[in-house]
Design a protein around this ligand. Structure first.
Ligand code: 0PR
Length: 385
C-alpha cells in the first residue's frame, strides 16, 4: 500500500488503463460465456443496495423481504407455490448448497456417513468441488448417444450410500436438457434426493415453453425434484454475482442450519456469512422490469439467432454436434481439428471456447451476440475454409 493518499483522478486513470485490457461483451466477440452484460436498470438498483448485508437479515429487514419475494417468484416460475432458498453468488454455490442439504438430510434420516452422489458426465465442474468439500464420492452416470444422461446407467449407479442424484436442464457444453422426468421417477421410487442444475436453462426453458417450444418438464411439478439451481446472472440478465437455489421444503435448509448466536437471527443455513443484498434487489428489479413477456421475447430472439447460426454453419459444410435445444451451438469441420479451428478464430479476434465432450467449438448465443456479429463470424468461418 502507498504511504500517502493518491489523487482520485490518478487512481481512476490507473484502473481505467487496466480495465481496458479486459474484453467487453458489447463488441460481440465473446463466444463462450454464459454471463452477459447486465441490464442497465439492474445495475442501477444493484448500486443502491451495495451496503446491505443479508448475513444479518434482522438489520436489513426490507432487503430480506426482497430476497424472499425473488425466491417466491422464481419458485412459481418452476411450479412451486411455497419456495425456500436463497440468492447466492452463482451456480457453484447453489449446487454446493443443494449437495450439502442432500448429504445432511441423508446423514440425519438414513444414517449415511460416507455418501455418494450420482452425476452425469456432462455435469458442471462445480459438483467436483462440492464432492471434495463435503467428502462425498462421485459416481458418474454415462451419457447416451444424444449426450444426455443415460437413465439405465443412473439406475445401475444407485447404492445404499447414494445421497443425491443430479441431472441438468441446460448442460454447460451443449445446452441439452436431461430426461428429468424419468430420473425424477427413479429418485422418488428409491427415496433419494434429486437436484436439477438449471443454472443456465432456468431462466429460458419456462419462457420458451410459454412461446410454444416443445421442451421437456424439468421443474417441481415432478414429485421427485427436491431442489433446482437457477442463475439470474446467466439468462436472467442480472449483474454478477447472482445465483439461485430453490428448495421444495424448508427442512432442506434446516438440516444445514448452524447456530449464529450473536446475530439478529439465531441460525444460518447459507455457506456465505456476510452476503450481498444488492444481488437480490437487482434480480427483483429486473424480473419485474421484464416480466414473463420480456423474458419470453429475449429467449425467443436468442433461439432465432441460434437457428440462423446453425443453419448457416450446416450450409457451409460444418457439422453440428446436436440440434440445439437451448441457445448453444457446438460444431466442427469434418476436415479440421477443433483446436486448430479455434486458434484461427482467436487469430481473427474471436474469444472461442472448445467443448471437451465431444471436442467441438462451442458458441453460447447470449444477448451480447447480435445478428450482425453472427454474420461477421460466419464470414470469417467461410474464409477459414
Ligand atoms: N451449472 C451449470 C450448468 C453451469 O453451466 C455453470 C457455469 C455452473 C453451474 C456454475 O455457475 P457459476 O459459474 O455461476 O458458479 N457455466 C459456465 C462455465 O463454467 C460459466 C461461465 C460464465 C463460463 C462465463 C465462462 C464465462 O466467460 O462454463
Amino acid at each position: 500500500m502507498d504511504e500517502k493518499p493518491i489523487d482520485k483522478q490518478d487512481i481512476l486513470d490507473e484502473l481505467e488503463k487496466l480495465h481496458s485490457l479486459d474484453h467487453n461483451y458489447a463488441d460481440g466477440r465473446i463466444l463462450g460465456s454464459m454471463c452477459t452484460e447486465a441490464h442497465p436498470f439492474a445495475k442501477e438498483v444493484y448500486c443502491k443496495f451495495l451496503d446491505t448485508n443479508l448475513g444479518d437479515p434482522g438489520l436489513f429487514k426490507g432487503t430480506k423481504q426482497i430476497e424472499n419475494r425473488v425466491i417466491k417468484s422464481i419458485g412459481e416460475l418452476l411450479s412451486l407455490d411455497n419456495a425456500y432458498g436463497n440468492i447466492v453468488t452463482g451456480g457453484t454455490e447453489a449446487n454446493l448448497m443443494a449437495i450439502r442439504a442432500a448429504r445432511n438430510h441423508a446423514r440425519k434420516y438414513k444414517g449415511i456417513t460416507d455418501g455418494e452422489i450420482i452425476i452425469p458426465d456432462s455435469a458442471h465442474f462445480s459438483f467436483k468441488k462440492a464432492a471434495d468439500m463435503l467428502n462425498l464420492k462421485i459416481v458418474e452416470a454415462k451419457l447416451d448417444e444424444n449426450y444426455k444422461i443415460d437413465v439405465e446407467s443412473v439406475r445401475d449407479a444407485i447404492s445404499d450410500k447414494t445421497v443425491a442424484i443430479v441431472a441438468i436442464a441446460g448442460t454447460t457444453e451443449l445446452g441439452l436438457i436431461d430426461p428429468i422426468g424419468e430420473i425424477s421417477k427413479i429418485a422418488h421410487e428409491n427415496n433419494i434426493y434429486f437436484h436439477v442444475d438449471a443454472a443456465f436453462g432456468g431462466f429460458s426453458i419456462p419462457f420458451l415453453k410459454r412461446a410454444g417450444y416443445d421442451l421437456p418438464v424439468f421443474d417441481f411439478s415432478l414429485e421427485g425434484v427436491c431442489s433446482i439451481t437457477v442463475d439470474p446472472h446467466k439468462m436472467g440478465l442480472a449483474p454478477i454475482p447472482a445465483g439461485g437455489i430453490i428448495f421444495r421444503k424448508e427442512e432442506y435448509l434446516d438440516v444445514m442450519a448452524v447456530d449464529s448466536p450473536y446475530l439478529t437471527v439465531k441460525t444460518q443455513s447459507t455457506i456465505v456469512g456476510t452476503r450481498l443484498g444488492a444481488s437480490s434487489a437487482a434480480t427483483y428489479a429486473i424480473m419485474k422490469y421484464f416480466g414473463k413477456e420480456g423474458y419470453t421475447k429475449i429467449a425467443q430472439n436468442l433461439m432465432e439467432n441460434t437457428r440462423f447460426f446453425s443453419q448457416n454453419l450446416k450450409e457451409m459444410g460444418y457439422e453440428i454436434i446436436c440440434e440445439p435445444e437451448l441457445n448453444i451451438v457446438a460444431f466442427n469441420h469434418p476436415q479440421m481439428d477443433a483446436h486448430a479451428l479455434a486458434q484461427k478464430l482467436e487469430g481473427l479476434g474471436w474469444k472461442v471456447s472448445v467443448a471437451k465432450c465431444p471436442v467441438a467449438i462451442r458458441v453460447v448465443l447470449m444477448n451480447h451476440i447480435k445478428k450482425n456479429h453472427l454474420e461477421e463470424l460466419l464470414k470469417d468461418l467461410k474464409e477459414i475454409l
